[in-house]
Structure formats: C-alpha cells, structure tokens
Write a protein that binds this ligand. Structure first.
Ligand code: F0G
Length: 460
C-alpha cells in the first residue's frame, strides 16, 4: 500500500481536560448585549459560546506546560525557572539580554521610555495599537510603512506584511537623526495577520545597516510567520521552522514579545537585545515597574510554562494544523460570498464589514453592527477593528478608519473543527439577514481607547 495522502488535517493533540460552554438563547444574548450598551468587551465571558475576541492568552496549555508549572521556582532572585526561560528564548532568538515582562506592552513601554521621547520617530510595518500608544505616550511619532498591497483587502499577495523599503529609506534619509530604531511586526496583526518575508527582512536589515539603525522585531506571532515563509517564500520550502526563526532573529538587534501569542502562555512577555548599555537602561526601568530582572512581573511557574510553549510552537504538525485551521474558516466564508481580507492571516480571519454592509455608512460603524449581530445570532464574540477603534482623532473629531473589519481571532488549540463549523453557520445566518442590520451611534465614550468601554445604541 502507498502512504495515503489525507485531505483532513487533524488537531495534532487529543483533549485532556475540558471546560464546559454555557449554551444561551437568542433572547438571552440580545438582553446581555443590550444590557452592556452593545459593547462586546463588556459582555461577561460566560455569556459567550465561541470566544474569538482575541488569540492573546486564551490558548490551551499542553500537558507538558501544566507539568512545567509545577517545576516553577519562586525565588525572588536567580530562580532556575528564569534560566530555563532564558535558554528557551535563546534557542530561537539568541540575544545576549533576555528581560522578562508581565506581557508584551510592558516590554514596549520600557523600550520606548528609553529610546522614544518628543521629536523621535519610530517606523514599523504597522504598529499594533499598544505599540503605537506606548510610542506616542513618550511624545514620539509612530509611522506605519507597510507596503501598498496591505491596503488592498482583495490582493492575494503572499507577504502583505512586508515593509515598504523605499519609504523606510526615504524616512531615514530625511529624519535619520530622529529614528532610534526600526520595528517590524511579525506577523502584521493590525494589517490582517499577514506575514513578512525573509527577503523583505533582509532588505530592511540592509537599509538599517546603511543608516546605522538597530532593527527590533515585534515577534508575537513569529512561528506562524516562519511557517508562511516555509510554505510560500521562494527557496524556503521544506526548511525547518526553527532554522527560519533563527535567521529572522539573526537579522535583528532585539525584540519585544508577548508570550500570550505563539509562546502559548496565558500571560507573559519579554524584551531582548544585544546592546549592553540599552539593556542596562531597560533593566533599570524594569525594576521600577515590573520586578527584579530574573522574574520581571511573572511568577517562576509562568516562565517555565512559556519555555515549554516555545518548544511546542515550532513543531511542524502544530503549525500545519494551526495555519490550515485558520484558512479553513476564511476559505469557507469566501466560498459563501462573505468578503474576507485575503490571503487569510495566521491567527485570525478578518471580515470586511464595510463591503458586507454597504448600507451602513462608516460613521455608523458597520464593523460594530456585524460584531453585535454575530454575537446575537450565535454567541460568537469577535472584535471590531475599524472606525470604532480608530475613528476618533486627537482633536476629538471623527473620521472613517481606512477599513471597517471584524476580526475572528482563533485561540490556539482551544476550539475544534465543529466549533469553527458553528461559527461559519453563524456568519452565514448573519449574511443572509445582512440587509436587516442597522448602524450604531455612540451614546457615551471615554477620551482614549474608546472601543473598550464606549456604549452604543442602534440607529433608527
Ligand atoms: N504586538 C502585537 C503585534 C500584538 O498583537 C499585541 C497584542 C501586542 C504587541 C501587545 O501584547 O497584549 O501581551 O501586551 N495583541 C492582542 C490582540 C491584545 O488581541 O491582538 P500584550
């Protein structure tokens, strides 16, 4: 018998411990979301059936991660758990200094407090919202230089996370003195979870070298990015993911990291770099806000769980399943005629709500309307990434965001294919009733980051 070629890519694990889901009715969900002013961040998680709000910290840990927690050593200084964590990070990202933080944004806050400040400019392919907020909090300017294809939701180009290298070069030529470092976000979350190619990273490195600038990775989804490189980049087919990750690391001078994504932690992050002086200044701030440098805001047990997660995330069987199962959701929606940002990203599917609900103008928040409808229809919680999140301007005025998207983020190893089939059915049900959906207006909003707490009411 020949080796069979199976079409079905199964979850490369079986379930060891389960969490019950609370089933709810349409009427219960309508009441729940009305009761919180139609803001899905304010809905109690127990009123959600399939929670696709984020892939951050929501993954299932493995048996070996739970075992690693028991190995955690809670010594204040010099815990062996720190060295296990440091070595696991260095196995992939061999930077001299590895500084744990309680999550990714803490690493960003420390780094930009040191290198940012008024007059400084930080280029990135696309800043994630916490990255941008931490840059701007220091008085510096965050500039997004992702390539033009990223702005075309229908373009199927493989590496839509790539930096516009010519634009980076122009920025460094004009304002080089104001740029302390260059960032690259892999995968590019705010741009649809799209990967960055090795070829692009190499070219960015060349430009950084020419202008004497350090390159830092925002590497939250590095393993998913490496898998896309293996699958789609010329000359990379069949290469070991660990090897690709090490090459990405070798092109950079440091990184910020959220361990709540690819490292499979429920909490955690780190900052890493080669520069001794920069590391010393970052550690000084770490002690002020996070903790001693061998635990940095985490328990020893968390450091152990992250170390084990890092060993697991680079397994090819896991990544094949991970990327294929996200694409399965995206492909099914495309096949049903639902407009989706393509190609499908690594951790999430982004529905183009503006295209799906053309009768709702951007300032009546089509993404919010779609996200609420998905929740009401199936108890599926998603996240608006559009005019609610980005429409408010610093002067208090409002304008449409570039796109009105709804993100369905897939927690790692948490849901099975039947959960995803259920999500697809919920999307199809909403699509069949899309002309009944109405826009929303904001009743009440805070001055910043309004999407977390604003309250809404339906228009009309
Ligand atoms: N960078 C990127 C690219 C991210 O996606 C996130 C978080 C962070 C930094 C910050 O990390 O949450 O550990 O402080 N993204 C989550 C999301 C929140 O839902 O996409 P953190």
């Amino acid at each position: 018998m020949d080796a069979p070629e199976f079409r079905t890519i199964i979850e490369p694990f079986r379930i060891h411990s389960v969490e019950p889901l609370r089933m709810t009715t349409l009427e219960q969900r309508r009441q729940a979301v009305r009761g919180v002013g139609y803001n899905l961040f304010q809905v109690h998680a127990q009123d959600v059936i399939v929670d696709l709000l984020t892939d951050s910290g929501t993954g299932a840990m493995s048996r070996d991660q739970w075992a690693a927690l028991q190995h955690g050593d809670e010594s204040y200084a010099g815990s062996p758990s720190y060295y296990i964590f440091r070595d696991a990070v260095r196995e992939l990202f061999p930077f001299e200094h590895v500084i744990p933080t309680h999550q990714g944004r803490a690493a960003e806050r420390i780094l930009f407090s040191v290198v940012g400040g008024p007059g400084k400019v930080i280029p990135n392919n696309t800043h994630f919202d916490t990255t941008r907020a931490n840059v701007e909090h220091t008085g510096a300017t965050a500039v997004d230089l992702v390539g033009p294809e990223a702005h075309d939701p229908a373009s199927t180009s493989a590496f839509k996370g790539d930096m516009d290298v010519a634009a980076l070069e122009a920025l460094l030529r004009d304002r080089g003195d104001d740029v302390p470092l260059v960032m690259m976000t892999i995968t590019n979350n705010s741009g649809g979870g799209q990967p960055v190619s090795l070829a692009n990273l190499r070219r960015v490195r060349e430009v950084c070298d020419r202008y004497g600038k350090p390159l830092f990775l925002d590497a939250c989804r590095f393993a998913e990015n490496a898998w896309f490189i293996r699958e789609k980049e010329d000359g990379q087919s069949g290469r070991d993911v660990t090897d690709i990750v090490r090459e990405m690391a070798s092109l950079a001078d440091g990184m910020t990291m959220s361990a709540k994504k690819d490292p499979m932690g429920n909490i955690g992050g780190w900052l890493a770099m080669d520069d001794d002086d920069l590391a010393r200044r970052c550690r000084d701030l770490l002690v002020l806000g996070e903790g001693f440098p061998t635990y940095g805001g985490l328990a020893g047990r968390d450091l152990e769980a992250i170390a084990q997660g890092l060993r697991e995330v680079v397994h090819h069987d896991y990544l094949r399943y991970r990327i294929r199962s996200t694409a399965y959701l995206g492909d099914s929606l495309v096949a049903a005629g639902i407009p989706v940002l393509t190609p499908v990203g690594g951790h999430a599917v982004y529905i183009d709500a503006r295209a799906m609900l053309p009768h709702i103008p951007p300032l009546e928040y089509p993404g919010q309307s779609l996200a609420v409808a998905l929740y009401e229809a199936g108890g599926v919680r998603s996240c608006e990434i559009g005019t609610v999140m980005f429409g408010r301007q610093p002067d208090g005025s409002e304008r449409p965001a570039a796109l009105d998207l709804v993100r369905l983020a897939i927690p790692r190893r948490t849901y099975t294919q039947s959960h995803i089939d259920y999500v697809i059915e919920a999307c199809l049900h909403v699509a069949a009733h899309s002309d009944e959906l109405t826009g929303y207006r904001i009743v009440d909003e805070p001055p910043t980051l309004r999407h977390f707490t604003a309250t809404f009411e339906p228009v009309g």
